[in-house]
Structure formats: C-alpha cells, structure tokens
Design a protein around this ligand. Structure first.
Ligand SMILES: *Cc1c(COP(=O)(O)O)cnc(C)c1O
Length: 435
C-alpha cells in the first residue's frame, strides 16, 4: 500500500474543503482552534488507540465526545452487531430490540418512565422542548450560558457551548428573532436570575446540562441543582436534564441519581448508542403520553430506533450494568490520577491551571481562576491550550481540540496507557513553561 505523506493529507483536505464546508461534517473536527493547518483523518480505532490515515497512532481522550465509554470496537459490542447484520438494517417497523432498550433504560434511569428514541441528541432536546411547551402551554424556555443542547434553532441562541464557543461565535446566524426572543439564557449557577424569570410564569421549561461538559467541565453545586428543582416545581415549569453526555457516564443512573434530583424530562445520547447514531428523550408518563399518536405533539424518525444502533446501545448498557460494581469506580480513579498529575506538573513547572474533574471526565483549564461558568472558562489562555494540545499530539496523545471540551476516560484506558499519557503531559507542561 502506498504511504500517505503530509503533502497527500494537505491535498485530501483541499479536496474535502471543495466539497464539504471547511472539509468537515462537524466544526471542531477542523482543528482550527489548535492552530493546525489540516485535520486528522481517522482510519480506524481499537481500544483507546486511534489510527490515522498515515498509520500514526494516538491515545484517544476524545472518545467520540464521550460516546465510547468502553473504548473503541469493544469485542462484545462488535459481536452483538455482527450477529444481526444479516437480518437487514432497517425496516420502518418496530422491533423487540427497541422494547428491550426502553425497558433497560427505564429500569436504570428512574425518572424515565417512558422513552422515545431519536437519531441525534439535537432531535432529543428539540422534541423535549416542544413537549414542554405543549404540556405547559407556555412559549419561553430558559437555558444556561456555556451549555450545549444540539443545534436546533431555539437552543442555539446566546452563549452556546461546544463547537459554537470554540468557533468564537455566541450562537448562530439564521435564527429568526421570533424564535430567539423566546429563549432566555442565564449564567450557569445563577439561581437568583432563574427565580426572577420563572416568577413571571411564562416559562415552559428550564433545560440544563446538570454537569456541564461543553464549556470544558463545570460541576455545579448540589444546592444549585436542588434549588432548580424547587423553583421549577413552584412555578409549574418543567425541568429538563440534558444528559446526552452525563447519562450512563457520571453514574449508571446518570446525573439525576448523582444529584438525587428527579427532573421531568431527560435527554440521552452518546453512550446509549455505543458509537452509533442513537439518542432519546424520556420522563414522566403523563408528559410522554402527549407524544403522537398517543397525543398531539409530533415526533417521528425514519431511522429512529435503528436495529443496529439499538443493538450497539443495548449491549453497551448491558456491559455497564454487569460491571456496575467496578467500572465507575475504576474509571473515576483513573481520571483522578490523571487530573492529579495535571495539577502536580502544572505546579511543578509554574503553569497556571485549574483542573475540573467528575467521574470519568476532566478539563485542564489554563487559567488560575476556578471555573464555575462561561465567563470563568473564557479567562483560559487559549494559546497555552493550543501549545499543550500540540505537544501532546506530537507525543501520540490525542486530546479534545478545544479548551472548551471535556476529556473522556474509557474502560479501555489501561493503567499503562494512563501512565504513558501522564509522562507526555509532564513533558508538555515542561515545554510550555520554558517557552
Ligand atoms: C452532544 C450533545 C448534544 C447534541 O447531540 P448530537 O447527537 O450531537 O445532536 C446535546 N446535548 C449535549 C449535552 C451534548 O453533549
């Protein structure tokens, strides 16, 4: 096979850019924020190792933005998918598999009494919003700066996290004023503002990432989340936990279990598809039964509940459930070790950082400020992040290509891999301090 050199990659990127905007199908993949001339083109992945089209290998901490909690190409999941491929891919009909997944999720995530599957997290949050508006007969929604809830119109205005933030944008052009007027954004953690708005009794819902992972990782106080539940209940406003990242990540029961708070609706994604396009929204029966054709709130999808995606998700959740006694503890201790090393080396070499960690997620913010909201996150030195990112990449460690994303530890990250990554990290901090 012909070897692919840097010139070939540049050529491929040029071809990509001619036919695909910026050459990518999702913005952060362009690697612009870490000042790279062209993106990494992935070829394959196994365990925690990603191989690019030049056959360079990287230890992966993107983990498909959290979806791959078991690591890539988990053997049991591969077997499960392989065993059904000969039976067709999609029928436009209901399958037993969907019932099994619905039973599994409702048994593990208590606030979800009923569930609908979607293809993406964007659809899940979009439909949860629609449902909250129908249920309350109110138009306004409240969300928090730095959170990301997918790219539907009403959730894409003002201080959006993830790729929007990384691109240096606040939201998106192309959203009608009539839509954005109904969306209110307040500072993450600011309960007084929430109270002020909700007391107008005009709000259908409050949607939140109960642990925010799209402005880098920000873990709120339990009191804040509990106060949100209290004030939403008092004002008959629905509380939606967007657990597309935190679901099955921070605990088997997700963030609602972690905080011991029961929201009205929960959205899930990423992990529940095991790397396939699958997401969901669910919650109280009374609300969920408003979905058509039980009720008159419309939601549909040609590929919703794809048998292959459902099989991958189901087998992923089965593994997590079987190993529930050990897996979350092990993931957390690996994460703590790595986050601890970051603090140690930053201290040793005099680099200003604040390291946020929770369960198997962490973010090294290059700032001396503790990060509690988007304003704090924005005090980060992005040049330092970019330098750190590139040093790590040279050492064969692939981090999220943005300061404003979380690193995800997977089951496939062995102690040896973590150790190797922490050595790379030490050198990266040393280099950063000497520049
Ligand atoms: C990724 C993400 C979404 C959007 O999911 P997609 O499948 O990318 O549409 C929504 N909410 C949160 C919290 C996410 O992290």
């Amino acid at each position: 096979m012909k070897e692919i050199n840097d010139i070939d990659i540049k050529k491929l990127y040029k071809e990509a850019c001619e036919k695909i905007p910026a050459g990518v199908n999702s913005p952060v993949r362009a690697f612009k924020s870490v000042n790279m001339d062209y993106p990494i083109f992935a070829k394959s992945a196994n365990g925690s190792i990603i191989t690019d089209i030049q056959d360079k290998k990287y230890i992966d901490y993107i983990s498909s933005w959290g979806a791959m909690i078991l690591g890539h190409s988990n053997k049991k999941v591969v077997q499960a998918i392989s065993s059904i491929l000969d039976g067709g891919f999609s029928y436009g009909l209901t399958t037993e598999l969907e019932v099994a997944l619905a039973q599994k999720i409702t048994s593990l995530v208590k606030p979800i009494e009923m569930i609908r599957l979607t293809v993406s997290g964007t659809e899940a949050t979009m439909t949860a919003i629609r449902l909250s508006r129908a249920y309350t007969n109110r138009a306004k929604i409240l969300k928090f700066g730095g959170c990301y809830h997918g790219h539907s119109d009403s959730l894409l205005c003002d201080d959006i996290g993830s790729g929007v933030l990384t691109s240096g944008l606040l939201g998106s052009n192309g959203i009608p004023l009539q839509t954005s007027e109904n969306t209110t954004t307040v500072k993450y953690g600011d309960i007084e503002s929430v109270k002020k708005y909700l007391q107008t009794n005009e709000y259908a819902c409050v949607i939140i990432e109960p642990i925010a992972a799209n402005m880098g990782l920000v873990v709120p106080s339990k009191e804040f989340i509990q106060s949100l539940r209290k004030i939403t209940t008092e004002t008959n406003t629905l509380l939606i936990f967007d657990e597309v990242i935190t679901g099955f990540r921070v605990a088997l029961g997700g963030a609602s279990l972690y905080f011991d708070v029961i929201p009205d609706l929960i959205t899930l994604g990423k992990i529940i598809g095991g790397g396939f396009p699958l997401a969901a929204f669910g919650g109280k029966k009374e609300i969920m039964n408003m979905i058509a054709p039980s009720g008159d709130v419309y939601h549909a999808g040609t590929l919703s509940g794809s048998p292959i995606a459902v099989t991958a998700g189901l087998s992923t959740l089965e593994i997590l459930e079987e190993e529930r006694q050990s897996i979350y503890k092990t993931l957390q201790s690996k994460c703590s070790f790595f986050a601890g090393k970051a603090r140690e080396y930053a201290d040793k070499y005099g680099v200003a950082v604040n390291v946020a960690e929770c369960a198997s997620m962490f973010t090294i913010f290059f700032t001396d400020k503790k990060v509690c909201n988007l304003d704090d996150a924005k005090t980060s030195n992005l040049e330092n992040y970019s330098k750190y990112f590139r040093s790590m990449l040279e050492a064969g460690v692939l981090l999220p290509m943005s300061q404003f994303e979380a690193n995800f530890i997977a089951q496939s990250h062995t102690d040896e891999i973590i150790e190797q990554s922490s050595v790379a990290m030490k050198n990266a901090f040393k280099k950063l301090a000497s520049e």
